[in-house]
Write a protein that binds this ligand. Structure first.
Ligand code: HEM
Length: 76
């Protein structure tokens, strides 16, 4: 079963407070800790530790970018 995390728990994985760097997209939480493009939790003008579903509209790429990342949980 996929683990569930609250927004507050996700917020701690913003690349600043803990070693994990996570972000949520369409209800699922992805671990982007290994990505060079998310170093310190920052990706262009976006920060990890939150739901970035709406922000993806402005990105120059689709949600395909999440394919190679593991889902670590579900945002509740
Ligand atoms: C102004 C907004 C954004 C810009 C300019 C941007 C730019 C980029 C670029 C250039 C790449 C690498 C090339 C590619 O895969 O197409 C990338 C990868 C990625 N982006 Fe974005 N992005 C933006 C917003 C977002 C948002 C809002 C999310 C999350 C919902 C996101 C998640 C990702 C992920 C997970 C990767 C893959 C990283 C990797 O492979 O290591 N991006 N982005």
């Amino acid at each position: 079963m996929v683990k569930e995390y609250t927004q507050a728990q996700l917020a701690l994985r913003n690349g600043q407070d803990r070693p994990e760097i996570w972000c949520a997209y369409q209800g699922m939480i992805y671990d982007v800790s290994n990505s060079r493009l998310w170093r310190n939790g920052k990706h262009y003008e976006h920060w990890a530790g939150q739901d970035l579903t709406e922000e993806l509209r402005d990105a120059p790429h689709t949600e395909k970018v999440f394919d190679k990342f593991q889902v670590v949980g579900k945002l509740i």
